[in-house]
Design a binder for this molecule. Structure first.
Ligand code: ATP
Ligand code: MG
Length: 373
C-alpha cells in the first residue's frame, strides 16, 4: 500500500451500527443516495436534461453484477430519452496488471454484452477512451487539482489493489479516479449509473469539477450517481462479483454453465432459508438476485423456499437467471455473426467522442487562458 498513515473505513459503505442487526448508513452514502433519488425524479420530469456516462473495463465479459448493478439503469436512462455515453475503459485495464491480455477480444465482449443487453448504438455513443486523445489530455489540468494524500485515501483504489494482489500501487492506479473524472467530464455527463464500489471515484470527479469551476470558469457539471436497487452483487465465493476474480455468472454463459456455476455458490450451514443480509450475506445475495429477476421481495422468496434449503434456492435462482437472460443470449449470438457491425459501431462512437472531447478541451484551454493564436 502507498504510505497511508492509518486504515480509513470506506465512508461510502453502509455500516453496521452498534445495535446488532441495525444498519447505520454513513452520511456520505446517504448524500449520494439522496442525489440518486433526485436523478430518478429528473428522469421522470425532464429526461432530456440528463447526460449519462458509464463504463466498464475490458478485462473480461460482463456478468450479472454489471447487469443488476448498472446495465438495467443504463437502459432505463436510454429508454427515458437521456443522452447516453458508454465508455470502454481500455487504459484502465493496466492499472492493476502488467499487460492488457486479450484486450481486443474483451473490447469485443463489452460491445457484444452491452448491445445484446439493449444498449442501442443509434442512441448511445460507445467508445474506447484510448482512441480519444483530447479526453486523455484533460488529465493534465485535472491532476493539478488534486493532492497525493487525497488520492491515497481513496478506499476503492485500496480495495482494487488488494483484490488484484498488488503490494505497490503504480502511478496509473493511484491517479485513475482522475482519469475517470476526465472520462465523465469530457462530455459533461451529469449522471453516472454505478455500483456502490464506484462512489468514491464519483466523489473525486465532483471535487475535480468543483475545483476547476472555482479556479477558472464554470465549465463542468457536478455529476451524481444513479444507484441501483442492487448496488453490490456478491460472487459465488461471497465477495464482490468481479470479472477478474472468476466468481462470476457471465451474461454470455449457457443455461447449463449458469446452473453449474450457481451450484457452487457459497451459502451457509443453516438449512432453513431466511432473508438476513447482515447475518447471512451469501444467502441474502442469492435471494436478492431471484427477487430482481422475478420482480418480487427477497423475504417473500425466502419464506416460499423455507426448509427447501440451499439446493432449492439455487435451483430457483438458476431458472430465474436463465429466463431473464435468454433473450440477451440469443441476441448476443446473432451479433457475434456480424463483426463488421460491431466495428462500425465503435468507429462511429470514437468519431463522435473525439468531436465532443476536442470542443471541451478548447473550452478548458480558454478558461485557463491558454489560447495564443
Ligand atoms: P474488474 O474485476 O476487472 O475490475 P468488474 O467486474 O469490477 O471488473 P468493472 O468494469 O470494474 O467490473 O465495473 C463496471 C461497472 O459495473 C461499475 O459501474 C461497477 O460499479 C459495476 N459493477 C461491477 N461489479 C459489480 C457488482 N458485483 N455489483 C454491482 N455493480 C458492479
Ligand atoms: Mg472493477
Amino acid at each position: 500500500m502507498v504510505g497511508t498513515p492509518r486504515t480509513l473505513q470506506n465512508p461510502f459503505a453502509p455500516r453496521t451500527g452498534p445495535v446488532r442487526g441495525s444498519a447505520v448508513v454513513s452520511d456520505t452514502f446517504r448524500a449520494a443516495q439522496a442525489r440518486s433519488d433526485e436523478i430518478e425524479q429528473q428522469m421522470a420530469d425532464d429526461p432530456a436534461s440528463l447526460r449519462m456516462l458509464t463504463g466498464d473495463r475490458p478485462t473480461g465479459a460482463l456478468h450479472i453484477g454489471h447487469y443488476f448493478g448498472s446495465i438495467r439503469n443504463r437502459l432505463r436512462l436510454q429508454d427515458s430519452g437521456a443522452e447516453i455515453w458508454q465508455l470502454i475503459a481500455d487504459y484502465q485495464v493496466i492499472t492493476d496488471r502488467d499487460v492488457a491480455g486479450d484486450i481486443a477480444g474483451n473490447v469485443r465482449n463489452l460491445l457484444l454484452d452491452n448491445i445484446a443487453a439493449g444498449l442501442d448504438p443509434e442512441k448511445a455513443t460507445i467508445f474506447t477512451h484510448s482512441s480519444v486523445p483530447a479526453l486523455n489530455q484533460l488529465m493534465l489540468p485535472f491532476l493539478s487539482l488534486v493532492s497525493v494524500a487525497e488520492l491515497q485515501r481513496n478506499p476503492t483504489v485500496k480495495d482494487e489493489a488488494k483484490s488484484a494482489g498488488i503490494t505497490s500501487i503504480g502511478g496509473l492506479l493511484l491517479t485513475y479516479p482522475v482519469h475517470q473524472a476526465a472520462d465523465i467530464l469530457f462530455c459533461k455527463a451529469n449522471v453516472v449509473p454505478v455500483g456502490r464500489d464506484q462512489l468514491p471515484h464519483l466523489e473525486q470527479t465532483r471535487v475535480v469539477a468543483r475545483r476547476f469551476n472555482d479556479r477558472y470558469a464554470p465549465v463542468f457539471p457536478e455529476p451524481g450517481a444513479l444507484l441501483s436497487e442492487a448496488p453490490l452483487i456478491l460472487g459465488t465465493d461471497g465477495t464482490k462479483m468481479s470479472k477478474s476474480k472468476g466468481n462470476v455468472v457471465e451474461l454470455r454463459m449457457t443455461a447449463d454453465e449458469t446452473a453449474k456455476k450457481l451450484k457452487g455458490a457459497k451459502t451457509d450451514s443453516d438449512r432453513v432459508i431466511t432473508y438476513d443480509p447482515e447475518q447471512r450475506p451469501e444467502v441474502a445475495n442469492l435471494l436478492t438476485l431471484i427477487a430482481l429477476c422475478e420482480g418480487v421481495e427477497p423475504a417473500a422468496v425466502a419464506e416460499e423456499i423455507g426448509d427447501g434449503g440451499g439446493g432449492a434456492l439455487k435451483g430457483r435462482l438458476t431458472e430465474a437467471i436463465n429466463a431473464e437472460l435468454a433473450p440477451l443470449r440469443a441476441r448476443r449470438t446473432e451479433l457475434e455473426a456480424d463483426p463488421g457491425y460491431l466495428q462500425d459501431v465503435l468507429r462511429r462512437g470514437n468519431e463522435r467522442a473525439n468531436e465532443v472531447a476536442e470542443a471541451t478541451l478548447d473550452e478548458v484551454r480558454a478558461a485557463m487562458g491558454m489560447v495564443y493564436l
